[in-house]
Write a protein that binds this ligand. Sequence first.
Ligand SMILES: C[S@@+](CC[C@H](N)C(=O)[O-])C[C@H]1O[C@@H](n2cnc3c(N)ncnc32)[C@H](O)[C@@H]1O
Length: 296
Amino acid sequence: MPMTEAAAAGATIAVAVADAIAAAQRAFAAAGLATPRLDAELLVAHARGCARVELAWRRREPLAAEAQTAIAALVERRLRREPVARILGGRDFWAHRFALSPAVLDPRPETETLVEAALAHMTDADRAYRILDLGTGSGALLVSLLAERPRATGIGIDIEAAAVAVAAANAAATGVASRAGFVVGDWGAALAARFDIVVCNPPYVAEPDLARLAPEVGFDPRRALDGGRDGLDGYRQLAPATLALLAPGGAAFFELGFGQREAVAALFAAAGGHVVGVRADLAGIDRCLVVGAATP
Ligand SMILES: C[S@@+](CC[C@H](N)C(=O)[O-])C[C@H]1O[C@@H](n2cnc3c(N)ncnc32)[C@H](O)[C@@H]1O
């Protein structure tokens, strides 16, 4: 009897950790998931309350029926294409783990390109940089930057109140809450202050492409993804608004979708900004547009 059926029937056949991993891996591979072994290990480790590395010496441990049922439930969620990070409740991003909720985007590894680019610009580790994170979501960008620059302060804004609550909790968990403020609002509309650094990963998926994304992306909030008919609606609003929020000498770091570099650069140029640089992600895709306030 397969492991999950045995659990459902309350059967007391001997199932060890290694068997549970193998069964989950088989199910994930059959469903066409990209990383079946990794996903299986992460979910079994989560159910066991241990680190993945500990599975190496816990392989022969027997699983009680309740543990098998718990693992089966996690496997079912993954087979419904819920991302592993959402099942585990957190995503490792830059140097920290960020709690997730249905209200926030699951931060993507390529967004770390913005952290790299901003830190390369923030060369004085002791300076009290003022940072603004537009569309903060889980707070991944702002919290990561504040953790790297101990005198910096910052504000994270999101239109979703439930996202702002997650970001504030992540700031507290990372030890930067005293230097972070979070606001519910429409981009930077409510702000009168000026900032040295603006980071933003706006929604940039073209509306017709949303239906073609991987099923896992369906667990992200639509508002975090939908960039309107051509994917550029967010940039159209943000280009003039952001330039008005930059302090003299400040720089803005915008995430780009694939192939959007020219169009987004043109929007910033039309708003009176100038492109300082572009940073590629690990796949070689132009991912971060760096923009200054005024034409030099
Ligand atoms: C692509 S997600 C980025 C989240 C996070 N910064 C990250 O990189 O993981 C875009 C975020 O912008 C927020 N957002 C969308 N429209 C907004 C608006 N008009 N004003 C403020 N935030 C908005 C969404 O709620 C979402 O959290």
